[in-house]
Design a protein around this ligand. Structure first.
Ligand code: A3P
Length: 310
């Protein structure tokens, strides 16, 4: 099984000085160990109440996991003092479906029906596709995703901005060569599935969640079958959850500033890399006019007719 990757199309990132090579497996790009992980994930047996938090990397996955976890555990913990999110990295509070074969970390605080995944819709376990489980999909302005992706990987391999040309990272992303990419295909697959079963899907846009957290977190809670009562709303429970899961709160917790995250058996990452700036429009500091035009055209071409604005 380990050898599958040798037969796959591959691409080495020259902007990362050749330190990362991606392989195309079942239509999307990923690391060398991915085919094995994807095959193992297929054995997952969906449970009736499962809630799947789906996304491409760098679109707000960490935030969505924290919010969903906080919503579902709010009766159990006081958010100001005892929430596991104050002591446990969000990705360890809500595990990735594609990592379930790894041992659970000791401090994993609860067995909620929540799972995260970056898997494309077509690579989800058959039992999930056939089930009625709820699927929340978060997506984000592609321009900011590109910038976020660039910094994430540049820092993983310890390169300065001077030594990691952004233009090349941009070009690779536009060619569709990004982890779990092409980015637009990832979104389109989920979107098409949602057209057939709208009741199963909630699409959340990162920017909307930021600009109108109250109504979008309410929507999220309703969708994952844990709506806020009038009393809770009056008592400010919704606001407290939003505050606890905000970028400022999470990124300032010592546990998220230091310490490592076992992303899978091959990768151990610094937790702080999951919290960078969380700023809308950071792309303006990196894109030339030509890049901007190119990406606008691409998005027009790929996303027209969906009503989803990237
Ligand atoms: P930037 O690199 O633009 O800062 P993911 O969780 O899918 O890997 O996405 C990471 C992006 O989400 C990063 O964006 C990160 O800073 C931002 N992020 C992390 N936690 C967040 C939070 N609580 N609220 C808003 N954005 C957050």
């Amino acid at each position: 099984m380990e050898e599958i990757y040798k037969t796959l199309p591959q691409h080495t990132y020259s902007w990362l000085q050749g330190r990362v090579t991606l392989y195309k497996y079942e239509g999307s790009w990923n690391a060398q160990n991915f085919p094995k992980k994807s095959i193992l994930a297929q054995s997952y047996e969906a449970q009736p109440g499962d809630i799947l938090l789906c996304s491409c990397p760098k679109t707000g996955t960490t935030w969505l996991k924290a919010l969903s976890f906080a919503i579902l555990t709010r009766q159990k913990f006081d958010h100001a003092s005892s929430s596991p999110l104050l002591t446990t990295f969000p990705h360890d509070c809500v595990r990735f479906l594609e990592n379930l074969h790894l041992p659970k970390i000791k401090e994993n605080p609860s067995d909620l029906p929540l799972l995260g995944t970056h898997l494309p819709y077509s690579s989800l376990p058959k039992s999930i596709i056939a089930s009625n489980c709820k699927i929340v999909y978060i997506y984000r302005n592609i321009k900011d995703v590109i910038v976020s992706y660039y910094h994430f990987f540049r820092q993983i391999v310890n390169l300065s901005e001077e030594n990691a040309p952004f233009e090349e990272a941009f070009d690779d992303f536009c060619r569709g060569i990004s982890i779990f990419g092409p980015y637009w295909d990832h979104i389109l697959e989920y979107w098409k599935a949602s057209q057939e079963r709208p009741d199963r899907f909630l699409f959340l846009k990162y920017e909307d969640l930021k600009n109108d957290a109250l109504s979008n977190v309410k929507r999220l809670a309703e969708f994952i079958r844990c709506p806020f009562s009038v009393e809770e709303e009056k008592a400010g429970v919704l606001e407290n959850i939003i505050k606890m899961c905000s970028f400022d709160s999470l990124s300032n917790l010592e546990l998220n500033k230091s310490g490592m995250y076992q992303a899978d058996e091959a990768f151990v990452l610094e937790r702080r890399l999951f919290f960078r700036k969380a700023k809308d429009g950071d792309w303006e500091n990196y894109f030339t006019d030509a890049m901007n035009e190119k990406i606008d055209k691409l998005i027009d071409e790929k996303m027209s007719g969906t009503g989803l604005l990237l």
